[in-house]
Design a protein around this ligand. Structure first.
Ligand SMILES: [Zn+2]
Length: 520
């Protein structure tokens, strides 16, 4: 069960606060920290680990073998060993930190991700902030962003101050990671920073979604504001004038979740925390009249779908804080007009809006979770290609914890002929599942071809999430980052996964075979 509450806090004591700059000493301290970390890598004596463990040797071997997963495993074990040292004994921590930073200075992003993933899990706030501050905000954005976001799991005196610095960087992905990490830490000092992120209109009221960095910043700003203020945030002044309630103030009694009617852009919208809901169902005037699926009342079902999508997405995206999303529940007759797609679709989304066809209530939750994944994906990364949007939504929705794909399923979906046949006397087929997926950029269409593309994209993203990679979640996030910067998908995949489309086809077959072998 998830419980959903709306806090009703209606008294705002006016107080203006200027977004404070970090003190000079703090920026100086970061500079020193960065310089020290760099010097440790460049000039430090080679690390010496406890006798018998030989982490350096094993690490060097794994790297010489070009084995990233083994490299990750050795580093992981080494960090765990370092965490067992007695208080005051930093030797092992410094050793593993040096080794990790050395890997982080590797010229290949694919290798740097291994270092970043392990450091984000085990490093201290100072380790991660220091490493992030030496990474370039232009060429190493994906690594830097992951480290900045990891600070949200590392509470401590200095953490907020580090984040304040990252919140002022130019790159939107770093800035968004910084305030979301502040939200992870539940540190209300973030609130005065938020107006700089927020557009003057709250996202759910904006008619056209601009798929750009400004929209991502605004979604993050409004989403984090909603978390801190505990209410539907409609504008900048509401945030500027907000003061945290005094510590000894009685907690407002959580109100039961109810639809609150209101008018938005001439539409009668019903508001609940995650959605502004518009009813376009013949003969239904009120949310209470909407037939509810799976024995749940409508509010609970809608909120639960949003929460499920956020939870499934967390390993790849981190916790995404979103403002309310505009949601149309439409019957078959009104659906096409609102969604701008064929009626065969169950739902459609763009950025701040979802349209769901509401003629078969039982299938609505699955559709809504899929569409909500699109929203959180587009709120995080700009300019995502269609294949990745659909692949990620299908994979997170249908393969949340593990892949559902087997050779039988591939055959049933009619995809066998798109993958190479490894048997010795197989005919050579000039088809490539991965190449087909990467070329999928068109809008919604109908027909067999479309469902084949959904399946292929789902299979490919499952392979990226569960296949034989070190740091798969970070790697997928780095792919999204590269594509948001306009890089060609085939180049990004070659760099991050080490293979061409044809290699990936072959590896998918091998991966499916291995899964088959592992089954009881
Ligand atoms: Zn979709």
């Amino acid at each position: 069960m998830i419980s959903v509450i709306i806090e009703t806090r209606e008294v705002y004591a006016p107080r203006r606060e200027t977004a404070g700059r970090s003190p000079v000493w703090m920026r100086a301290a970061m500079g020193v920290l960065a310089a020290w970390l760099w010097a440790a890598v460049a000039f430090g004596a080679p690390p010496v680990s406890p006798v018998g463990r030989n982490y350096e040797g094993r690490l060097a071997q794994a790297m010489a073998d070009n084995d990233q997963r083994q490299t990750e495993a050795v580093l992981e074990e080494w960090w765990q060993e370092a965490s067992k040292a007695e208080a005051g004994d930093n030797t092992e921590h410094e050793n593993v930190l040096k080794a990790t930073l050395k890997l982080l200075s590797n010229r290949s992003q694919s290798w740097r991700l291994v270092a970043v993933s392990v450091m984000a899990r085990h490093g201290t706030a100072a380790d991660c902030a220091g490493a992030a501050s030496v990474l370039s905000g232009r060429d190493q954005i994906d690594e830097k962003r992951w480290l900045v976001r990891s600070l949200g799991r590392k509470p401590g005196e200095s953490t907020y101050k580090y984040l304040e610095l990252f919140a002022k960087e130019r790159e939107y992905l770093i800035r968004c990671a910084a305030i979301q990490a502040m939200a992870d830490l539940n540190d209300v000092r973030a609130v005065p920073l938020l107006p700089a992120y927020m557009n003057s209109n709250m996202p759910a009221t904006v008619r056209n979604w601009n798929d750009d960095d400004r929209s991502c910043l605004s979604m993050a700003g409004y989403g984090v504001a909603r978390k801190f203020l505990g209410v539907r945030v409609t504008g900048l002044d509401q945030v500027r004038l907000w003061t945290p309630p005094p510590l000894d103030a009685p907690k407002p009694a959580p109100a039961a979740l109810v639809f609150t009617p209101g008018s938005v852009g001439g539409h009668e919208m019903y508001m609940i925390p995650s959605f502004d809901v518009y009813l376009a169902i013949e003969g239904v005037k009120d949310p209470a009249g909407v037939p509810s699926p799976q024995g749940m009342d409508l509010q609970t079902m809608l909120e639960r779908c949003a929460e499920t999508a956020l939870r499934f997405a967390e390993p790849t995206f981190g916790r995404v804080y979103l403002p309310p999303v505009r949601l149309y529940l439409a019957d078959a007759k009104r659906f096409s007009g609102l969604a701008g797609t064929p009626t065969s679709f169950g739902g459609v989304s763009k950025g701040n809006e979802i349209v769901v066809r509401y003629d078969n209530p039982q299938v609505v939750p699955g559709t809504l979770i899929h569409e909500y994944v699109h929203v959180l994906h587009q709120a995080t990364f700009e300019k995502q290609p269609r294949w990745l949007m659909e692949g990620v939504a299908e994979s997170l929705t249908r393969s949340a914890k593990q892949t559902v794909w087997t050779r039988e399923r591939v055959a049933a979906a009619g995809l066998t002929d798109a993958l190479p046949d490894p048997s010795p006397n197989a005919r050579r087929v000039n088809k490539s599942l991965v190449r087909d997926v990467l070329s999928w950029s068109s809008g919604a269409a109908t027909g067999e071809q479309e469902s084949r593309r959904y399946n292929s994209a789902h299979l490919l993203v499952d392979f990226l999430r569960f296949g034989p990679w070190a740091a798969p979640d970070l790697r997928l996030a780095a792919l999204m980052g590269r594509l948001s910067r306009g890089q060609a998908a085939s180049t990004a995949i070659q760099d991050l996964y080490g293979g061409s489309a044809a290699d990936m086809d072959r590896w998918i077959v091998e991966w499916l075979d291995r899964q088959q072998a592992q089954e009881p």
